[in-house]
Design a protein around this ligand. Sequence first.
Ligand code: HEM
Length: 184
Amino acid sequence: MTREIKKILGYTIGITVLSALYFVYVKMTYPRLPENETILSEIGEGFGTAGLWLLGIIYGRTLLKLVMGKGKLAKRLLPDYTPPKATSYLKRFLLFLNKTHIYVGIAAVAIILLHIAMVGIPMNILFFPAVLALVLWQGFFGMFISWKYSPKELRKFSYLVHAQLMTGILIGIFAYFGHMAIDN
Ligand code: HEM
């Protein structure tokens, strides 16, 4: 296992343990939320599911790039890896995912924001403002990479902080424990 993969695994386990501890604290100290089913919150729940699918597509692309040994992340995580011969179908599929990432990304940010606004998420449970900040972070820096007037330095910095698997891991862990915390 490369040092990079060990580092990511270490981070993931560390963040999961800390989140689990905070989750126990929330469960013990916060009152149960009353059921609040309105038409708006029902639609908002649908947006939550859609947002999850879009994140699945986004990180599915990252996974596919890793398997196919493409991109900087693959070179960093799997320096000695020889990817299997990809079929042209798989190559075309990855190309399609690459070309559509900006649109899928914008849709993911918009839909997750709508989900948060419509279901009335309790922002005093810190998992939620953290997820909100990370999603906005992805959206802003994604925009700065793609905006043609971004100065070169800003584009480089934005790529560095946007194309991070760790952000996805944080979004996943925080959203999971957050939803568990408010699950009655
Ligand atoms: C929640 C929303 C988003 C997530 C989770 C996300 C995630 C990612 C990840 C993980 C990468 C690296 C891909 C890789 O090398 O495997 C990436 C690259 C990139 N993203 Fe996003 N992104 C989001 C939204 C956006 C938005 C809104 C834009 C533009 C408006 C954008 C533009 C880009 C660009 C230009 C790249 C670099 C080129 C590429 O890899 O295709 N992203 N994004």
